[in-house]
Ligand binder design. Structure first.
Ligand SMILES: CSC[C@H]1O[C@H](OP(=O)(O)O)[C@H](O)[C@@H]1O
Ligand code: ADE
Length: 289
């Protein structure tokens, strides 16, 4: 059955309209998630919502407990994760207020735990196509139906933060690296979702032109917050339309997201660390047995 998990970024700390909604504390072997998780149903589809920075915006991009968040969503039965994230734009045509359904990432983060796997249970998953095209299509259609100007595809550069980029960095990411949008949180989140065999896609909501744009000057948090509020209203409308598009019955992912670990584990069964294997119960129980 479909169980949609929404990770709400800056400006999106709650969603309304879920039937039978309850906040649930979820414990994981990787520590506590960013906050409790709100679960309910919409049009017969189960939906769970986790505010990435916690209600009240407690966690900085570096401190977000990414592993606990992904484990917790997997543990409660989520099948498909939609990351709803604020971002800066490197493209004139991706203007503040627009949404971008991201399909590629450049990971420039340096200070985060990036894998569930390590010594005693080594695995290498593919990140060539880090987002799920099926889920991306649902998001694109839902955003269009909500009247949002939405772009299909784009490369998201994940920076460490919390400071914004210098002008030189902004120009390099845009001109030399070909990035389309920039944010601080979607890595290692996307990598961890892949390791956990979850379909994952990012809906990046543009708040600013970062610092490269000659007519817009340096990125400014006050302006970002103003745009964020309008984007959050549109995001709620988009999210409310997703269950009807996804449907309650779920066929296996045609792109193999839910089998990402089939050939990824390299550590021989007799060499595996039982303590680590135990921690991987939710994430990799399907292949670890
Ligand atoms: C509010 S500006 C910077 C902040 O917003 C984005 O957060 P999220 O991805 O959770 O929406 C960005 O990545 C920064 O963390
Ligand atoms: N310009 C920017 N850089 C990094 N993260 C952002 N989030 C929103 N705008 C951003």
């Amino acid at each position: 059955m479909t169980h949609i998990g929404i990770i709400g970024g800056s400006g999106l700390y709650e969603i309304e309209g879920l039937e039978g909604a309850t906040w649930q504390e979820v414990e994981t072997p990787w520590g506590a998630p960013s906050d409790a998780i709100l679960t309910g149903t919409l049009e017969g589809v189960t939906l769970s919502f986790l505010p990435r920075h916690g209600r009240g915006h407690v966690h900085s991009p570096t401190d977000v407990p990414y592993r606990a968040n992904i484990d917790a969503l997997k543990r409660i039965g989520v099948t498909d994760v939609i990351s709803v994230s604020a971002c800066g734009s490197f493209r004139e045509e991706m203007a503040p207020g627009h949404f971008v359904v991201v399909d590629q990432f450049i990971d420039r983060t340096v200070n985060r735990e990036k894998s569930f796997f390590s010594a005693g249970c080594v695995a290498h998953v593919s990140m060539a196509h880090p987002t799920c095209p099926r889920l991306a299509e649902y998001c694109f259609e839902a955003a269009e139906a909500a009247g949002v100007t939405v772009h299909r595809g784009g490369t998201y550069l994940a920076m460490e933060g919390p400071q914004f980029s210098s002008l030189a960095e902004s120009r390099m990411y845009r001109e030399s690296w070909g990035a389309d949008v920039i944010g601080m949180t979607n890595m290692p989140e996307a990598k961890l979702a892949r390791e956990a065999e979850l379909c994952y896609v990012t809906v990046a909501m543009v708040t600013d032109y970062d610092s490269w744009h000659p007519d817009h000057g340096a990125v400014d948090i006050t302006q970002i917050v103003n745009i964020l509020q309008g984007n959050a209203v549109k995001a709620r409308d988009m999210l409310a339309r997703l269950p009807a598009l996804a449907g309650a019955t779920r066929a296996p992912c045609p792109h193999g997201c839910d089998h990402a670990l089939d050939f990824a584990l390299l550590t021989a069964p007799d060499k595996r660390d039982p303590a680590l294997v135990a921690r991987l119960d939710a994430v990799a129980g399907r292949v670890l047995g």
